[in-house]
Design a protein around this ligand. Sequence first.
Ligand code: PLP
Length: 367
Amino acid sequence: MFPFSHPGLENVQVYKPGKPVEELERELGIRHALKLASNENPYGPSPKALAAAKSALKNAHRYPDGSCFYLKRALAERFGVAEDGIVVGNGSDELIVMAIRAFVGSGEEVLTATPTFLIYRIATLVQGAKIVEVPQKDFKYDLKAMTAAITPQTKAIFIANPDNPTGSFARRAELEAFVKKVPSNCLIFMDEAYYEYAAAEKDYPNTIAWLSQRPNLIVSRTFSKAYGLCGLRVGYAFAHPEVAAGMNRVREPFNVNGPAQAAACAALNDKAFVKKIVRQTVSERRRLEAQLRQRGIRTVPSAANFILMHLGAAAPAVYEGLLRKGVIVRHMKSWGLEEHIRVTVGRPQDNRVFLKALDASLSPKKK
Ligand SMILES: Cc1ncc(COP(=O)(O)O)c(C=O)c1O
């Protein structure tokens, strides 16, 4: 066997993203397959962001600004934080990896929930550290059980808020109580990739306001979801300047490319656009949830742009049935949820296609 550099690497499963549209179209010999598997924004990015990226392409022969000066300045102004407390990543995935690389030693522990975003587990094992996963309770992070799972070896805690794949979120009071109990030498990484969708939910916590009191807190967000820029890869984190400096030490020098930086600046400025995307997505999510309930399908209440649905033993067959109809969703087997499927909220026309294919897959004999 290949000589792994440390035994933890043997347990690392390569991250399997949702099936690419092109792959399914090739396999089925079809066109216009519909992908509702990766929690993307189906409306696309702001035209202003696209124009900025296009214009920045003419400097493709130059290295980008490794410090992301203009983007950091724009983020600092928007969120009222100091520029030296901002780290920009090649997607927020990279910020997760950077935090672990900078602050977790091999053999130390990283605490999170299960099911949750799989990169926490992968990045921890790649680091040669130990992952401790506390089962969720009623599809929510069990913060009491997580408090009890903190040990002197716990170096970082990852919380996706809202969570992926459940879409649930930890509320202000319970999260604040949890954060207060975490020892100051243990990092708390709040992954708010779906922040824009959840921000208006009652009791959704404003974690940025806690940063000045909590030097062990990192808050990460992304341009991948509501801003529709996942293909360009830009995420950002707010932290104490010393924590940010630690993350910057392990950052690749030119981790965020020029068109991505330009697009992110323009996207941040186009407030009306992102507001519209969030409004449309949330209203479609509610409609889709109601449609699923009408079919007797149980769903987890979501504060994000996707829905986790329970299909029981039929889940794998329904997933395959949807694929044959050209609709790609996510079967949750890799998350240990064999009986569940996660669907991204699409545009109204996408959701109609999905529901039709779902009905056909739920009762294949009638078709
Ligand atoms: C909870 C969560 N965090 C982080 C990410 C990573 O997003 P990105 O690297 O595109 O910013 C995702 C992507 O699906 C996610 O669901």
